[in-house]
Ligand binder design. Structure first.
Ligand code: PEP
Ligand code: MN
Length: 362
């Protein structure tokens, strides 16, 4: 290995293990000038660890700008030489992996539209066999953790040692406040399934518009994400792709400075003692909730008995609506959201129905 190659590997390793890891750069590489200027202005912020740029763009409809292709790779190489920033690009085929590596791209990422397709992921995994390069895997566009896990497994089985996750939200039908619904609970579940694996957040593709980037980025940091990937452009409004969600490098710097960076823990006995006391209260309350839920199911079984001997259906819509309406009223006074009440009562109701069904079948 050449000395310079060794040095960039070390810089990439340093960036990979930095917390928070900040990756930024344009949605798409457009021209050499744009890539280099973006990289230089990002480097000048002193807050960015890695340069991203899309070279091959998977676009929803034909006729849209599909990326400059391989000719953009030397631009990234040049930008790295000028700024020292390691580079990362999205790859979707085995050929793209080879091309990216030929031009010394330091970290590869698998896009959301590729993670959904096991054939494509396997092709990438095969191209990555024996290659010592870190890989970031975005969540699939549909909210399916098995697909996301499957992609991680395919890449890991190919021998890739350094794998990270990117949460970029999930497609939904119709207009919502987001371009891609974050569904935070899914990313949290993925984090719990893969302890120790880096999870970074991509507010740009979740938001789809720059006005709400800040709050989503803060939310991710509050949830102990390891870093952020945020798109930036020297002239966001005229970007060739994703114009609405990009920000200038200087705006990115302001955003990063406004974020309250939280840690998972601090070495303070006082803090730990106070937290421990409150956690014991939570444990106690959780125990009581379980006791009460158990009792509730016993009562539901008694009702089930009456229904059984009188040949009455388990489900009675009017009664259920009455329960939910009561809960909304009470819950509102207790500061519980309608969304939570609905989810909670749906779960309790399903469990009650299952208990009553057992009685019916007995
Ligand atoms: C991108 O990062 O520019 C991109 C295409 O993202 P995603 O795969 O999340 O849609
Ligand atoms: Mn984009």
């Amino acid at each position: 290995m050449q000395a310079t190659e060794q040095a960039t590997k070390e810089i990439t390793q340093q960036a990979w293990s930095k917390r928070p890891l900040i990756i930024s750069g344009p949605c798409s590489a457009e021209t050499e000038e744009q890539v280099i200027q973006t990289a230089q202005r990002l480097a000048a912020t002193g807050r960015v660890d890695m340069l991203r740029a899309g070279i091959w763009k998977p676009r929803t409809k034909p006729g849209m700008f599909e990326g400059v292709g391989t000719k953009g790779l030397p631009w990234l190489q040049h930008a790295k030489k000028l700024t020292g920033l390691p580079t990362t690009v999205e790859v979707a085929t085995g050929k793209q992996v080879q091309d990216a590596l030929t031009f010394d791209v330091d970290v590869l990422w698998i896009g959301a539209r590729t993670t959904v397709n096991p054939f494509s992921v396997q092709e990438l995994a095969d191209a990555l066999r024996g290659v010592d390069v870190p890989v970031l895997i975005k969540n699939p566009i549909n909210p399916d953790l098995e697909l996301w896990s499957g992609a991680v497994e395919r890449v890991a089985r190919a021998g890739v040692k350094q794998i990270g996750l990117i949460h970029r939200g999930f497609s939904t039908y119709g207009n919502t406040e987001y371009r891609n619904a974050p569904m935070w609970h899914l990313a949290i579940e993925m984090k719990l399934r893969n302890p120790g694996m880096m999870m970074i957040n991509d507010p740009s593709h979740i938001c789809g518009r720059r006005e709400i980037l800040q709050e989503v980025a803060q939310r991710a940091i509050d949830l102990d994400y390891d870093g952020l990937m945020i798109e930036s452009h020297i002239d966001p409004d005229n970007a060739w792709s994703d114009a609405k969600q990009q920000v200038t490098p200087e705006r990115l710097k302001e955003m990063l400075e406004a974020i309250i960076w939280r840690k998972e823990d601090i070495p303070s006995d006082e803090y730990h003692a106070a937290l421990e006391k409150l956690r014991q209260q939570i444990n106690q309350l959780d125990d009581e909730l379980m006791q009460i839920l158990g009792q509730r199911m016993k009562v539901a079984e008694l009702i089930g008995n009456y229904k059984r001997v009188n040949n009455i259906t388990i489900l009675q819509t009017s009664r259920w609506n009455e329960i939910i309406e009561r809960a909304f009223l009470k819950g509102d006074k207790l500061g519980l959201s309608k969304e939570f009440i609905t989810k909670y009562f749906d779960a309790v109701h399903m469990e009650s129905i299952n208990h009553q069904k057992k009685i019916m079948d007995s």
